[in-house]
Write a protein that binds this ligand. Sequence first.
Ligand SMILES: [Zn+2]
Ligand SMILES: [Zn+2]
Length: 465
Amino acid sequence: MHLKHINNSFKTFILFAQFIAILKPSYINRFGVSMRTIKRSRLKAPSVNTTKTKLAFCLLSATVLLTACGEQIKSESTPASPEAKSAKNTLINTDDFNIKAMVKLPQTVECTLENGLQTQCAQVVLKYQPDNIEVGPFCPETLDDVGGIWDWDGTDAGLYRLDKAFLTMLNEQGFTFYDEDGKVHIVDNATIRPTVEHACINVSVDESVEITALLPLHPVMSEQSTALGTVSKVGIALAGVPIFSDAPSVQHTGHLPALDTCAGHIDPGGWYHYHGTASDIDSVYKHEHVNANCNNLTQKPSALFGYGFDGYPIYGSQEIDGTSPTELDSCNGHTGPVGESGIVTYHYHASNTFPNLPKCLKGVVAQNNFTTTAQAGVGAKPPEGTKLTRHEPPGGGGPKAGGPNGGMLPPGFAEAANKLGVSEKVLMQAMQKAGGPNADLTVVAKALNVTPEQLKAALPEKPKR
Ligand SMILES: [Zn+2]
Ligand SMILES: [Zn+2]
């Protein structure tokens, strides 16, 4: 097929999809990019703790010794009381997590990975937001105020500060977020349904929320990487804040769930989470010429930001020696030395473009790895008898398991992104930057670092009526 034909097919497809997308239920796609080799790296430590010597011994030992090491680690790491230095002897150093974000100290628990493997996980129980982190501002109250940031995916796509220049640009594109007096329409859409077509979403917090997350202590490489566009859940930051992939698109909901300048906002469930590598987000602002700084988290491009839900560590855009990482794979990760210890493990790096997160997860995640006591939002399992005062926003306000846009992306788009090893948002943005529905596919291919043939093969066919 010719590019031109594909172009037209795709254009028609997008137009068609816009009509049918809202009718389709969200779906979870678990296809991923095949890996040539299946690696097992159960005892490759993402970071090292006080048992360096023992771990080194375990790593060097024959298989027969592994069980013994594992049991020893496990027995020593089971906390008996809050006073106990919990999870001290595990591969993830839970001491690195922000204690001010914790409901209780992290524990080592038995868990089952999605491939059925019984193993151990670090269980972290987080508050709705850390006590020592001041979040926001999100929406600017008026055109004369300055709010957080937004990653605009319409015409003139890119990362913007939420200010007068940006909001008037959106107004020119038909998205009016303010009234005649310049007052911005701000709505807490977890408790109120917006009455305006375009509202800046600023969800109120629910201080009662507790979030329970499981991170595998012995990461296992998956046979297929999992594109984050389809799972949304990235990991947990050391700050004690969950990390999610792409926030919903204004194009699909009409509303704008504003991020603060650390790339975080409040989920419909009332808890704070990041949509970027917050500890290295200033590098993105510098690269994308956005006048913003993250004030709630120390900026350090070589720092460990957190752990993916597969247990692999996520670093900023630099190695510990300040050099740029090399030979990064499609998930923006590679195997190499990390941290002060220089231990060799698979790990992810932030990029300097938004969202500066891993593009996919290489490892296997634990079953039921994210639950909250919240009334709505991701992982919501409110305790029985909870009087519900919050609701799910209509496709916006927070990440959904069905996709980065609340499961509203065209069917087939997730697979296309997956085949190409990029997030749906990255693919959508590349299409939009290259001309929207009339995108020049050779330009898109170049932007995605794939061949035009690979792009053609991955893009969805024109749907048949
Ligand atoms: Zn590295
Ligand atoms: Zn969100």
